[in-house]
Design a protein around this ligand. Structure first.
Ligand SMILES: [Zn+2]
Length: 183
């Protein structure tokens, strides 16, 4: 794993793996030997949306990230920005990435995605409007809820949980060991 930091972002001293006493006991982390700045490496919250299209018979929109290898379609995701609520953040991401307008949001759940050190906050988004993808996304597909396949990673479990909440039995796809960075 590559390091997120080589130098202290506070005082520019080279960081070291140093042990220190914390609430949970002695712990080795990337720390600054000069000012004690610590790289906690906490998971980053990522917002995700299961998009149900109110104006297209309730079909679900999944999109393929241009950076992903293969034909993996996933949920719309994005990072929260400072000064917004999670609901505002996911509505903004959906609009930026698809131009769809979100009518309603409901929390599906919160999921770990440890490989990327992320915490997935997943919403069901009822949306409508024209679809034009941002350059980040290569293509999208619409699925009837009964036809979609889930994947065994953070956002895939969110999709499965939403399907169960609608009375569907999730069907799973088998992924290769590392299928890009699909959350
Ligand atoms: Zn420092």
């Amino acid at each position: 794993m590559t390091r997120a930091f080589n130098y202290c972002p506070s005082c520019a001293t080279p960081l070291q793996d140093l042990s220190a006493q914390e609430d949970g006991g002695l712990k080795t982390r990337l720390r600054c030997p000069a000012c004690a700045w610590t790289h906690w490496n906490n998971p980053i919250p990522v917002l995700a949306a299961v998009i149900e299209l109110a104006d297209r018979d309730g079909q679900l929109l999944l999109a393929r990230n241009a950076a992903w290898p293969g034909k993996m379609f996933g949920l719309i995701t994005g990072f929260m920005e400072a000064g917004e609520t999670p609901q505002q953040g996911i509505a903004r991401e959906v609009a930026e990435e698809t131009t769809l307008q979100v009518d309603a949001l409901n929390l599906i759940g919160v999921y770990d995605f440890q490989r990327m050190n992320q915490l997935i906050v997943a919403y069901h988004a009822v949306a409508r409007g024209d679809i034009a993808l941002s350059p980040e996304l290569a293509e999208y597909r619409l699925f009837a809820p009964a036809d979609v396949r889930c994947w065994r990673a953070g956002t895939g479990y969110a999709l499965a949980d939403w399907l169960v909440s609608r009375g569907h039995t999730p069907r799973w796809m088998e992924l290769p060991a590392r299928a890009g960075t699909a959350a």
